[in-house]
Write a new protein. Structure first.
Lengths: 794, 245
C-alpha cells in the first residue's frame, strides 16, 4: 500500500485508493473520453486550419475576386474595367489550352498555359516560387510549372518539355516551379479529381505566349480584385457589358471559380462532418461514462449508506464522488486533447495532397478545447450526482441491517422459472438481465452506439466506392476522353475513328451558358450527349441508366435546385459561345447525378440551338489496349487535341488521393469507435464482475468449475452484446445515411452505400473486442479469493 | 506449494488425518501464524464442534480442510488422499464431489428460488437427492418456489443447508451457521444439521462462538492462538431442542 500524507482526509485517501483499485477501468473510461474529445478536437482543428490557411493564402497572394473571360479583347479595355466603381486591381492575361509531351509519359498531358505580365510576378493571383527562378523575359522558351505537376512528372528546373500550343510545337524550358491560389485544387477540364501526372499548369512571358497565339496587344482573361465592400454583382454586370462584343463568356465571382468551388465544397463536407459526427462521438462517450459511473457509484451503495449513517452530509458525499468522477475523466480529457490535436494536424497536412497550399496555419481554437471538456465534465458530474443522490436517500438504514437479498420475484423472473429445460446458471443470467431491464437496455444501447459509430466511420469509404463505380464504370466508360482546341465538325470524328486501334468514337459538345429562371441565374455548361451512346452514359442515382430527353432540357438536380425549377418549367438559356443565341427551353427531365452534370440536351439538338451545323467540342474513345501507345503518340501530334484524359489513370488518381485521405480519416474515426467499443464492453464486464463476485464465488465453493462459473458472467455479457448488435446496425445505417446526405454540396451528391462487408467487419470488431474484454475479466474471476469474498457481507 | 501426492497403504480408519498443519499469512516480522502445527484424526459420521475466539485459527482450519485455502506446511489426508498436495482443479473436484459448506451469510443466489438454489448442486452432483427431498429434510417443503428475498433469515439458512446436503456429501462444513440468527431460529437450523448428521451419517464440522452449541456435538475442538488447546469427546450428546442460550 502506498503511504499517503497525514494531512489528507479519510475520504481523499479513499478516493486515491479507489482510483488505484479501479485503475484498469479508469483506463478504459479514459479511452472512451479521449475518443470523444479527440474526435471533436481533431475535426474542428482540421476544418479551422484549412479555413485559416485558405484565407491567409488568398489574401497574401491576392487571389482574384472576379474572373472574366472572352474570346479576345484589346489591352486598352483593362483601363475601362479598372474605372468600374469598386474595382481595386485588374490584370489582363492570355490563357490557352495545350498538350505536352512529357518524357516518360506515353499519353499526352493536358496543360493550361497562362501569360505572365512583363513585370514578372502577376499582381493578381500572385505565384509562390518554390524552386528555380522566374523566366527571363528575353528568353521566349522559359516557363514556370506548377509544383505538383512538376513533381509528378519528374520535371525539375532546367528540363525541357515539348508543347503543342495553338497547333504549333514548341520546346519549353522549365526554369522554376510555383504554387498559385488559383490552383489549390488543380483539375483538368472536365475532371473532378486532381491528376497531377496528366494535368499541368505553365506560366510563360506574355510577349512570347501572345506570339504563339497570334494575339498581340490583346487578352482573353481579366482578373479583378475588388475594393473592400464593393458590390460584386454590379461589377460583374458591368464587366459583362464591356466584354459582350469581344465574345465575353460571363464573368464569375470567386465562389464559382473551379478550385475555390471544390475547396468550398470540401469545407461544406468537413463542416457537416464536424457538426454531426464528433458531437455524436462525444455524446456517446459521455453517455457511456455516465452509465459506467452510475454503476460504479451504485456498487459503493453500502459505503454511501454507512457514511450517511455516520453523519456525513450528502453534500460531502456527493463532492467525494464528483471528485472521483473528475479524477477518472481527467486523463481522458488530456489524452483526447493531445491525440485530437496531433491527428488534426496530421490530417490537415494530408489534405495538402490534393488541396495545395504553400503553408499550413494550424488552428484548433481554445473554445473547442474548452467546450468539449466542459461538456464531458458536466455529463460525468451529472451521472455521478444522480446516482449518489438516489442512493444517499435509500441506504442510511439499509447499510446497518443484515443483508437483504435483492428481490427477484417479479413476473418475468417467475416466467423464467417455468421454462423447465433451463439449467440454473442460465436462469441466473436471464433473471439478472430481466430484473434490471433499464440497465440491460442501457448496456445494449452502449454497445449499439459504439457499433453504430464504427459502422458510420468505416462506411464512409463505401460511399466513395459507389461514387467511383457510378462515375467510372457506369457513366463514363470511354478509355480515353479528348477535348478539342475549337469545336469541329464530324470530319474530326472520322479522323479519330480511322486511327488504328480506335474501336468507337462518340462526340460531345459543350458550350457555356447562363441559365435564368425568374431572378435566379447560374453560369454553367450546356452539354449535348449522344442518346445511343455507350461511352458516356447518363446515370441517375435513383433510376439508373437514363437518356437525354428527345426535346427540351435535362437539368441536374443540383442546378434545378439552384434555379428553383421543376419539370415543365421554362428556363432562359443565354449561350456565350458561337453565335451567342438566347432562347427559352422547357425542363424536360431532372437527373440526380452524383456530380454536377449541369444541363444536358440531345447531341443533335445542339446544332439547331447554336444555329450551326452539328459540331463536337470533344470525343469519347474506346480503344484497343494493344494499340494504346501508338494512339497516344498520334494524339500528341494532332493540333486539334487540347485536352486528354484516360479513365484508368483517373481511377488510379482517385485511389491515390481521395481514397488515401478518406481512408486515413476513416481509419482515425474507426480507431476512435473501436476505443469506445472496448471501453463500453470492458466496463460492463468489470462492473458485472463486481456485482456478481459473491454469487460466483459461492458457486466456486460449491464445487463449480471455472468455466462453469465464467459461463454465468460471460453469458450475461454475451447476451447484452448480442442484443446491441442489431440495434447498432440500424443506428449505424441511419447515421451513415444522414451524414452522407448532409455532406452533399453543390458539386457532388454523395450516393449512399453501406456494404455488407463493412457491417460484417464492424460486428466482428465488436465481437473480438468483447472477447478480449471477456478474457481480461475472466482472468480476474479466476483470481478471486474464495475465502475473503465469502467472509464479507453483501 | 505442490508435492507428489502420497497415498497410505492401509485402508484409512479415519476420514481425515491431519499432521503438522501450519498456516502463516505474510512474511518476516509481520507474519501472522494462523495455525501452528495441528495434529488431528477425525472419524466418519461425527458431529464435531470447533470453538474458539476470533482469530484463534478455527476458520483457517476449516477453509484448508474444506479445500478453499492452501496450507503453508503439514499434511491433510482425506480418505487416504493427500489434500495438501492437490492443485486448484483437483480441489474443485474435491469440493464438487465430497464436501459441502454452510456459511454465516447464507450465500444464496438471489436470482434463484429455493428449489433452484438447491438445483445448482443437484445439477452437478453424481448421486444427488431431489431438491424437493433436500428442502423437506430441512422443513421447507412449503417454501420451495420462494426467492431468497421472500424468505426469513432462518429459512434462507435452511435453504443453504438443503443445498449443502442435496449432493449427499461425505462432509459438511458449517462456519457460524447461526451467527446471524436469533436463538429460536438458530435452534431450527441446528435441528436441521443434527437431523442430517443422524439420518445421513454426514460428518459435520461446525464452527461457533457459542459454547452451548458444543453440547450437541460428539466431539469438541477448542482453538486458541492457532493451536488446538482442547480435544474431548462428548458422551452426552444433546438434541438442539434441548439447548438454550
Amino acid at each position: 500500500m502506498v503511504s499517503l500524507p497525514q494531512w489528507m482526509g479519510a475520504l481523499d485517501r479513499k478516493l486515491l485508493r479507489d482510483i488505484w483499485r479501479l485503475r484498469s477501468q479508469a483506463l478504459a473510461i479514459a479511452l472512451v473520453i479521449a475518443a470523444g474529445i479527440g474526435m471533436v478536437v481533431m475535426s474542428f482543428g482540421m476544418m479551422r486550419s484549412l479555413e485559416a490557411t485558405r484565407d491567409a493564402y488568398y489574401d497574401r497572394y491576392r487571389f482574384a475576386d472576379i474572373f472574366a473571360s472572352a474570346k479576345r479583347f484589346p489591352e486598352s479595355l483593362i483601363g475601362d474595367v479598372r474605372a468600374i466603381d469598386g474595382v481595386s486591381i485588374v490584370e489582363g492575361r492570355l490563357t490557352t489550352a495545350a498538350t505536352l509531351d512529357v518524357p516518360g509519359m506515353a499519353e499526352p498531358v493536358t496543360a493550361i498555359i497562362h501569360s505572365l505580365p512583363a513585370t514578372g510576378m502577376p499582381r493578381v493571383n500572385a505565384l509562390v516560387l518554390r524552386s528555380g527562378r522566374m523566366p527571363d523575359p528575353r528568353q521566349p522558351d522559359e516557363v514556370l510549372a506548377s509544383e505538383k505537376f512538376a513533381d509528378a512528372a519528374r520535371i525539375a528546373p532546367g528540363d525541357m518539355i515539348e508543347a503543342l500550343v495553338y497547333g504549333k510545337k514548341q520546346n519549353l524550358r522549365v526554369v522554376g516551379t510555383v504554387l498559385s491560389p488559383e490552383y489549390v485544387y488543380a483539375i483538368g477540364p472536365g475532371q473532378i479529381f486532381p491528376d497531377n501526372r496528366r494535368f499541368g499548369i505553365l506560366w510563360m512571358g506574355e510577349e512570347h505566349l501572345a506570339a504563339a497565339l497570334n494575339s498581340t496587344n490583346a487578352y482573353n482573361e481579366a482578373l479583378i480584385r475588388l475594393e473592400r465592400g464593393a458590390a460584386e454583382q454590379d461589377v460583374i454586370d458591368r464587366v459583362d457589358v464591356l466584354l459582350e462584343r469581344y465574345g465575353g463568356r460571363g464573368a464569375i465571382p470567386r465562389r464559382d471559380q473551379i478550385s475555390d468551388r471544390f475547396l468550398a465544397n470540401e469545407m461544406v463536407q468537413l463542416n457537416s462532418m464536424t457538426a454531426i459526427l464528433p458531437p455524436i462521438f462525444l455524446g456517446v462517450a459521455a453517455f457511456l461514462i455516465n452509465m459506467v459511473l452510475s454503476r460504479l457509484v451504485e456498487s459503493e451503495r453500502e459505503i454511501i449508506g454507512l457514511l450517511t449513517a455516520f453523519g456525513y452530509r450528502s453534500r460531502t458525499i456527493m463532492a467525494h464522488y464528483a471528485k472521483l468522477a473528475l479524477v477518472l475523466s481527467l486523463p481522458g480529457l488530456v489524452m483526447g486533447m493531445m491525440l485530437g490535436n496531433w491527428m488534426g494536424r496530421g490530417l490537415a497536412g494530408m489534405f495538402q495532397k490534393y488541396y495545395v497550399f504553400p503553408f499550413l496555419n494550424y488552428r484548433a481554437g481554445f473554445d473547442v478545447y474548452f467546450v468539449s471538456c466542459l461538456v464531458a465534465i458536466l455529463v460525468v458530474l451529472i451521472g455521478a450526482a444522480q446516482t449518489v443522490r438516489k442512493i444517499g436517500k435509500l441506504t442510511a438504514a439499509e447499510a446497518m441491517r443484515p443483508p437483504v437479498p435483492p428481490n427477484y420475484s417479479g413476473g418475468f423472473a417467475r416466467l423464467i422459472g417455468k421454462i423447465k429445460r433451463l439449467d440454473e446458471p442460465t436462469r441466473i443470467i436471464l433473471r439478472g438481465l430481466v430484473r434490471r431491464p433499464v440497465r440491460t437496455l442501457l448496456g445494449a444501447f452502449g454497445v449499439a452506439a459504439a457499433l453504430g459509430l464504427y459502422v458510420t466511420s468505416a462506411g464512409s469509404m463505401d460511399n466513395v466506392d459507389l461514387m467511383t463505380d457510378m462515375l467510372f464504370n457506369q457513366a463514363n466508360r470511354a478509355d480515353v476522353n479528348v477535348t478539342f482546341a475549337e469545336p469541329r465538325d464530324e470530319r474530326v470524328l472520322f479522323e479519330l475513328a480511322r486511327l488504328p486501334g480506335v474501336m468507337r468514337v462518340e462526340p460531345v459538345r459543350s458550350v457555356s451558358a447562363t441559365f435564368r429562371a425568374g431572378h435566379r441565374s447560374r453560369t454553367e455548361s450546356l452539354t449535348g450527349i449522344e442518346p445511343a451512346g455507350d461511352l458516356n452514359r447518363l446515370i441517375d442515382m435513383d433510376d439508373g441508366l437514363t437518356q437525354p430527353p428527345v426535346r427540351g432540357l435535362m437539368l441536374s438536380s443540383i442546378l434545378s435546385g439552384q434555379l428553383g425549377v421543376e419539370i415543365g418549367d421554362k428556363v432562359q438559356v443565354e449561350i456565350t459561345d458561337g453565335r451567342r443565341p438566347h432562347l427559352t427551353m422547357p425542363v424536360a427531365d431532372i437527373l440526380k447525378s452524383p456530380v454536377a452534370n449541369p444541363a444536358i440536351v440531345k447531341f443533335d439538338q445542339l446544332g439547331p440551338i447554336m444555329r450551326e451545323t452539328p459540331l463536337a467540342s470533344g470525343a469519347y474513345l474506346s480503344i484497343d489496349p494493344n494499340h494504346a501507345e501508338t494512339i497516344y503518340r498520334q494524339l500528341k501530334d494532332m493540333p486539334i487535341i487540347a485536352g486528354f484524359s484516360r479513365r484508368a489513370a483517373a481511377l488510379t488518381g482517385i485511389e491515390e488521393t481521395i481514397g488515401e485521405t478518406m481512408g486515413v480519416v476513416s481509419l482515425f474515426n474507426t480507431g476512435f469507435a473501436a476505443l469506445i467499443v472496448f471501453g463500453v464492453v470492458y466496463n460492463n464486464a468489470r462492473i458485472s464482475l463486481a456485482e456478481r463476485a459473491r454469487d460466483l464465488v459461492s458457486l466456486r465453493v460449491l464445487g463449480y468449475r471455472r468455466p462453469e462459473v465464467s459461463y454465468i458472467l460471460l453469458g450475461e455479457l454475451a447476451l447484452i452484446v448480442i442484443a446491441g448488435l442489431p440495434l447498432g446496425i440500424v443506428f449505424g445505417y441511419y447515421l451513415s445515411r444522414y451524414l452522407t446526405a448532409s455532406m452533399s454540396g453543390d458539386l457532388f451528391i454523395l450516393p449512399f452505400a453501406l456494404s455488407a462487408e463493412t457491417v460484417a467487419v464492424a460486428v466482428l470488431v465488436v465481437l473480438v473486442t468483447a472477447a478480449i474484454s471477456a478474457l481480461f475479466v475472466r482472468s480476474r474471476l479466476d483470481r478471486l479469493d474464495l475465502v475473503t469474498v465469502l467472509k464479507t457481507r453483501e | 506449494m505442490r508435492r507428489a501426492a502420497s497415498v497410505r497403504a492401509d485402508p484409512p480408519e479415519d476420514l481425515y488425518s491431519i499432521r503438522g498443519l501450519t498456516k502463516v499469512y505474510g512474511e518476516g516480522p509481520t507474519a501472522v501464524h494462523a495455525l501452528r502445527g495441528i495434529d488431528l484424526d477425525l472419524p466418519r459420521s461425527a458431529m464435531v464442534v470447533l470453538l474458539g475466539a476470533s482469530g484463534s485459527g478455527k476458520s483457517t482450519f476449516l477453509n484448508i480442510v474444506g479445500g478453499l485455502d492452501d496450507a503453508t506446511d503439514g499434511q491433510v489426508w482425506f480418505e487416504g488422499q493427500e489434500l495438501t498436495a492437490l492443485g486448484p482443479a483437483e480441489l474443485t473436484e474435491y469440493r464438487r464431489n465430497s464436501v459441502s459448506f454452510v456459511f454465516q451469510f447464507y450465500n444464496l443466489v438471489a436470482s434463484l428460488t429455493a428449489r433452484e438454489n438447491v438445483a445448482l448442486i443437484t445439477e452437478i452432483a453424481e448421486d444427488p437427492m431431489t431438491p424437493e427431498d433436500a428442502l423437506s429434510l430441512v422443513g421447507l417443503e412449503n417454501r420451495i418456489d420462494h426467492f431468497p428475498s421472500q424468505l426469513s433469515g432462518g429459512e434462507q439458512q435452511r435453504v443453504a443447508i438443503a443445498r449443502a446436503i442435496a449432493k449427499r456429501p461425505k462432509v459438511m462444513f458449517c462456519d457460524e451457521p447461526t451467527g446471524a440468527l436469533d436463538s429460536q431460529t438458530g435452534v431450527i437450523v441446528l435441528d436441521a444439521l443434527d437431523q442430517v448428521n443422524r439420518e445421513l451419517g454426514t460428518t459435520t464440522l461446525l464452527i461457533t462462538h457459542n459454547v452451548v452449541i458444543a453440547e450437541m456435538a460428539d466431539r469438541l475442538l477448542r482453538f486458541a492462538d492457532g493451536a488446538l488447546v482442547e480435544d474431548r469427546d462428548n458422551a452426552d450428546r444433546k438434541s438442539p431442542s434441548e439447548l438454550q442460550w
